[in-house]
Design a binder for this molecule. Sequence first.
Ligand code: ITT
Length: 200
Amino acid sequence: MKLVVATRNRDKLKEIKTLLKDLPVKAFSLNSFKGVPDIIEDGSTLEENARKKAAQTSRFLKKFVVADDSGLEVEFLNGDPGVYSARFSGKGATYKSNNEKLLRLLKDIPPAKRKACFKCVIAVADKGKVIGVSEGKCNGKIGFKSAGDNGFGYDPLFIPDSFKKTFAQMSQAQKNKISHRSIALAGAKKIISNHLSLYL
Ligand code: ITT
């Protein structure tokens, strides 16, 4: 069974493919298809955006699809960047410019006030309709400087609870054991497996 991962983010795709390895599906990214229109992520929640990406991609490609919408919520910033995580520092935002902005906004803020939570919502769609949604969270705090070269996005700044290192200082396998994405995908895998059984 073919499964399309509706993302243009190669880093997310890599993690999702690894986490889906034990399912009897072959995962393809949007890069394997021509002409898939860009989806405007104008939802006010991660779930709205994940549902929209999954449903529209499935409708357009007529395929079985998963979509991930994720973001970092920082307590001191009242939940920002949240749904705006990818474009936090404005037009042309990069991982680096987003991280620099976050460090700037948290300059001189003490450790106790640097709490943050990574969230991931995975929506699963077939025949243009969402058939299930799963969410994962990972609590932690924002460090005082960028540390580590692994992972992507805000990983060099995010120190998960019970650890003294950032996601970017962990191996992919270690991050995958505790991450928001792995928790969301564990739920999504149940939705996918149940759905696949309909085709057997
Ligand atoms: P698609 O919409 O094409 O999937 P995107 O990068 O725009 O790609 P999102 O809208 O979900 O995806 O934005 C999520 C952003 O949050 C992402 O660009 C990263 O900056 C950040 N992010 C999400 N998961 C992360 C993780 O596991 N580690 C670090 N940063 C993460």
